[in-house]
Structure formats: C-alpha cells, structure tokens
Design a protein around this ligand. Structure first.
Ligand SMILES: Nc1nc2c(ncn2[C@@H]2O[C@H](COP(=O)(O)OP(=O)(O)O)[C@@H](O)[C@H]2O)c(=O)[nH]1
Ligand SMILES: Nc1ncnc2c1ncn2[C@@H]1O[C@H](COP(=O)(O)OP(=O)(O)O)[C@@H](O)[C@H]1O
Length: 205
C-alpha cells in the first residue's frame, strides 16, 4: 500500500496520475468516497465516488470504511471491500489520502504500508498552483491554504518526504521509492524462499 499525502495544491493528484499511467508499475488507485462536490474535471467512479452525507454516515457506521476523515469541511473515506479485493489479487494499491487517513492505515496495516509526503517548494508557489488549477472558488482556495500549515506540520510521520519543485524530478524520485520498496526482503520473502531453496539444492558444478 503506497500512500501519497500533501497539502492541497502541492501536486499529489498530478503525481498520482503519472504513477497510474506508468504501466510497468501496475499500481491500482484506491477510489475514495467523498461528500465534496465534484469538480468539472472529475469523473464519478474514476477520481472519487461522490456521495451524500447520509450515505457517508451509513458506510462509516457499518464499518465499511478502512479509514475516514473530515478534510476542509468535507468527509472522505476508503471503502474496505474493493481494497481487499485488489490486495487479494496481489496488486499494489495507491492512496491519495490525508495525514489522518495515513495514520489510520498505518495502524491497521503496519509494515505493508509505505507513506510519502509531498511538500510545495514555497507557500507562494502553493497558492499559485491552487489559483492556476482554477478548479475552486476563492473562498475554497483560502480554506485550503489555511489548512496547509496544519497538514505540513505532520510531515515527520511519513516514511519519505519529497519537495515537488520540478515535477519530472519528483516523479523520478517516486519511481525510485517504489522500485526500492518492492525489493525489500520481507516483500520478496515468498518468491525468494522457493528460489533460495532451489539454489541450495543445485549441485553447483
Ligand atoms: N483520510 C482521507 N483523506 C482523503 C481521502 N480521499 C482524499 N483525501 C484527502 O482529502 C484532501 C482533499 O482532497 P481533494 O478534495 O481532492 O482536494 P485537493 O487535495 O485540493 O485535490 C486531500 O488531502 C486528499 O488526500 C480518503 O479517502 N481518506
Ligand atoms: N512540480 C510542479 N510544478 C508546477 N506545477 C505543478 C507541479 N506539480 C503540480 N503542479 C500543478 O499544480 C496544480 C495543483 O496540482 P494537483 O496535482 O491538483 O495538487 P493536489 O492534488 O496536491 O491538490 C495543478 O494545476 C498542477 O498541474
């Protein structure tokens, strides 16, 4: 499970898209439910499942969410069932969730989680990116900037922290992290056990 978090506008949606487009990585996105209104660029079932507050409460109260949080005045959560199906197929899952969700997933899934926090190069650039994205009205942008400082203050709970100045460079760092994390011994254990057994049974000449 690979978690990407950042203050709004630092670039995690863009980087998530790049990771998902990279076919060789074979990552699957965990599609969250949210009570936030859909942006014009977003598609139901691809970026989020857009649901009502009532529907959200029903999912939350029936333990259908692995984690959930209130962010910028809206509710967001990760549905457990599709996630378990993807993990059951042995696939790696990418999460675009906030620090509260990242903490809950870490608590529940422990060592199977790698978390990355994306920082903007400056607060001025963060504002400029939110304005350039032109998806939210000024009062929503103001709220996101106001929350950015709180979100940034949680950077140290993450396994990796990247400063997203040059987009391509950040993407390459992300690729390096995924590649390296996949080579860690505990993640290779099952396949490697059989390989090593075969190796030791070879006569060697
Ligand atoms: N805990 C949690 N946070 C989520 C989830 N889905 C999205 N978020 C976070 O909610 C925040 C707002 O996301 P969004 O409304 O798409 O705005 P954006 O960050 O400006 O693109 C971001 O920090 C997301 O990472 C979720 O399922 N759980
Ligand atoms: N490294 C970067 N340099 C310049 N602009 C960027 C960079 N990364 C992302 N952006 C732009 O900043 C805006 C916000 O990025 P987005 O991925 O939507 O952020 P988030 O999902 O973290 O809210 C978008 O318009 C995106 O194209």
């Amino acid at each position: 499970m690979l978690i990407l978090s950042s203050p709004s506008g630092a670039g995690k949606t863009t980087l998530t898209r790049m990771l998902l487009q990279s076919k060789a990585l074979d990552l699957t996105l965990s599609i969250s439910v949210t009570t936030r209104a859909r942006r014009s660029s977003e598609v139901e079932g691809i970026h989020y499942h857009f649901i009502s507050r009532k529907q959200f409460e029903s999912l939350r109260d029936t333990d259908a969410l692995l984690e959930w949080a209130e962010v910028h005045g809206n509710f967001y959560g990760t549905p457990s069932e599709p996630l378990e199906a993807i993990l059951g197929q042995g696939r790696d899952v990418l999460f675009d969730i906030d620090y509260q969700g990242a903490r809950q997933v870490k608590q529940k899934a422990g060592t199977d989680v790698v978390s990355i926090f994306i920082l903007p190069p400056t607060m001025r650039e963060l504002r400029a990116r939110l304005e350039r994205r032109a998806e939210d009205p000024p009062e929503i942008i103001a709220k996101r900037l106001e929350n950015a400082r709180t979100e940034i203050s949680h950077w140290a709970q993450y396994d990796y922290v990247l400063i997203n100045d040059d987009l391509q460079r950040t993407f390459e760092d992300l690729l390096a992290i995924v590649t390296t994390e996949r080579l860690r011994t505990p993640r290779l254990k099952e396949g490697l056990g059989a390989f090593v057994e075969g190796l030791l049974n070879e006569p060697g000449e």
